[in-house]
Design a protein around this ligand. Sequence first.
Ligand SMILES: [Zn+2]
Length: 313
Amino acid sequence: MPHNMRGWAEQFKHVHHRIYGTARRIERLFTSITRPPGPIVGLTVTKAVLLPILTYSLPWTRFSEWKLERLESAIAAPMRRCLGLPAKTSTAAVLYEIGIPRLFVLREWLLMKEAGRSAQIREDMEEQEEEGAEYCRTIAQEIREIGRKWGVLPTQDLEQAYRVRASEAWMQCTRGKKLREVKTTMGPAFYILHETKPQVCLRARLRQDVANNAVSLNRRGLLETTQCQRCGHYEDDREHLLLYCPRFADLRETVVRELRALCPPVELTLPLLLADESVYPNVKVTKRRAMALCHSLDITGRFLLNIHRRNPI
Ligand SMILES: [Zn+2]
């Protein structure tokens, strides 16, 4: 049960302790087995085990922004490991990649959903509301404020409004800029659900621009120069690494040929390699279209693996 009678600080300690402890146990489990599980397992465990601990009490608690950020950080930890991302990768970006919004948006959505549900029950239960009336009134006030902000009533279909709010909050984040270039809408990214683990990890690093190319290493203070260590080009950014570096010309030739053989033919571009939302939309697609998208994803995934084998990215 949510501990309404305790102070918010104690409530936060309780929730954080449980989430942090469970996340650490999941992380230990992932590292102790011989073959660490793929991102889909991480995604399922995060959503089925970790998130419910929080959503159970989240609507009825008011945590400050930094406390919500600490909770976000604890929830993102196992998934960051599954995606093979560096420890410093933005928490909001890791969560958004798998379709979990900022926690304050999640809380607003849960409150609105709960309000919609109790609005139906309340008609015949109005007389039983004396106890804790003040607490209820405060929450009710908050729900009205959220309703005005979202432009919907709790009894209306909230799904669309929730997606819009989640995307807005994501677009306003100060970190995760690189991922925002390829992902703006809610839901787990297409490539996570359709690729093998090594391919997902490479793609995830490239999408967040934390791969081993010189520009990225230089930005993170790990290399003094931005020059390509393979061919001497002055700027080894993602585009150079994937589309122009002569070291991988033969691999590129093969992938271009395979993509052109698809029906309809596909061009090798940076958005395609980054599994950009404009190419792989973050909505349900028809089975036929999903098959076609999987083909090009598989071709570029093998290309990334081959580059990685020759020169770790
Ligand atoms: Zn080069």
